[in-house]
Design a protein around this ligand. Structure first.
Ligand code: AKG
Ligand code: FE2
Length: 320
């Protein structure tokens, strides 16, 4: 087989979510385990998120980013204690990048009434749009992908032989961040210009919706030393594991490098990533005997220390 034919595995999750016969769940668990071990990524159908919710979300994203820039700037995530809100195009520059990412993004998370723990918990920022145009479809979609993220975590636990009862502690008050993204059309052949530059996701499970037909995501395959393009297909989700899962599984599940170069001809590309990390104070459910007892919060603080400031109490509480 030529490497050009290598594509990510496609897993039908309905055998786990709605098993019809003995063996259905086990088959899905094995498929997910193998995909995450080999690629750190897979695509999925049978995920349980209705098309109406996906369409509602994409329409809301379009409405949001269609607002005038000065209106969006008033919602900047840089001014928000919980890092919720709008991220302007050009705001993300990773070490070694030639140019900043061209994407613009908008972040929401758990809806907690007061700011706690250096802003890991707290209220969202909502744009001044009618609820039915933004808040309601976005929140409905957030809850649906939150649930899917949790299901994938369960499957990953089962894949390593652990009981899903471990999810009770892990998902008590889980950090679930949703990032809505718009990539502008790629500006010609600018070398070093990415929608999102090469990176690995920080944490747990990522549930990614790409606008159908708007290709652009590429995943690095270590063995082949090649970028694999990931097709953006209708009603097909992309799931991947972040660095926390890579580390906590002892490398049994991979956290793979990926990037986005908008491949749509002169058109913007929309996507939405829901990152399910786990409770701030939870420790490794993928190896309950892990002697390190490192918390989700400690990993978050280490990763984002350069970008955000965290108070001393939080740092002590999570053991960072
Ligand atoms: O937009 C995409 O397809 C991927 C986005 C991504 O990798 C990220 O935001 O971490
Ligand atoms: Fe990513």
């Amino acid at each position: 087989m030529s490497t050009d034919e290598v594509t990510l595995p496609l897993v039908d999750l309905s055998g786990y979510i709605n098993p019809q016969k003995p063996g259905d769940k086990e088959r899905v668990i094995a498929e997910v385990r193998d995909a995450c071990a080999q690629y750190g990524f897979f695509q999925t159908t049978g995920h349980g998120i209705p098309m109406s919710q996906q369409k509602g979300l994409l329409k809301s994203i379009e409405t949001l980013f269609g607002m005038p820039l000065e209106e969006k700037r008033k919602l900047s995530f840089l001014n928000n204690p919980c890092r919720r809100g709008f991220e302007e195009s050009g705001a993300s520059l990773r070490d070694g990048d030639a140019l900043p990412d061209s994407k613009e993004a908008f972040y929401i998370g758990r809806e907690d009434p007061v700011v706690e723990h250096s802003g890991f918990y707290g209220p969202n920022v909502w744009p001044p749009l009618p609820n039915e145009e933004f808040h309601d479809p976005v929140w409905e979609y957030y809850e649906a992908t939150h649930k899917l993220g949790e299901i994938i975590w369960e499957i990953l636990l089962l894949g390593l032989g652990h009981p899903i009862s471990l999810m009770e502690e892990f998902a008590k008050r889980p950090m679930v961040v949703m990032k809505m993204i718009r990539y502008p059309p790629q500006a010609g052949d600018l070398p070093g210009q990415f929608g999102v530059g090469p990176h690995k996701d920080f944490g747990g499970v990522t549930v990614l919706l790409q606008e159908a037909g708007k290709h652009g995501l590429q995943v690095w395959h270590e063995g082949l030393e090649k970028w694999l393009p990931v097709k953006a297909m209708e009603d097909v989700y992309v799931i991947n594991c972040g660095d926390m899962i890579g580390k906590w599984s002892g490398g049994r599940y991979k956290s793979a490098k990926h990037q986005v170069i908008n491949a749509a001809d002169n058109e913007p590309r929309l996507s939405c990533a829901t990152f399910f990390h786990g409770d701030l104070f939870a420790t490794n459910p993928l190896d309950p005997a892990d002697p390190e007892r490192e918390t989700v919060g400690a990993l978050l603080v280490k990763r984002f220390r350069n970008q955000f400031s965290f108070d001393k109490e939080l740092i002590a509480a999570v053991g960072a």
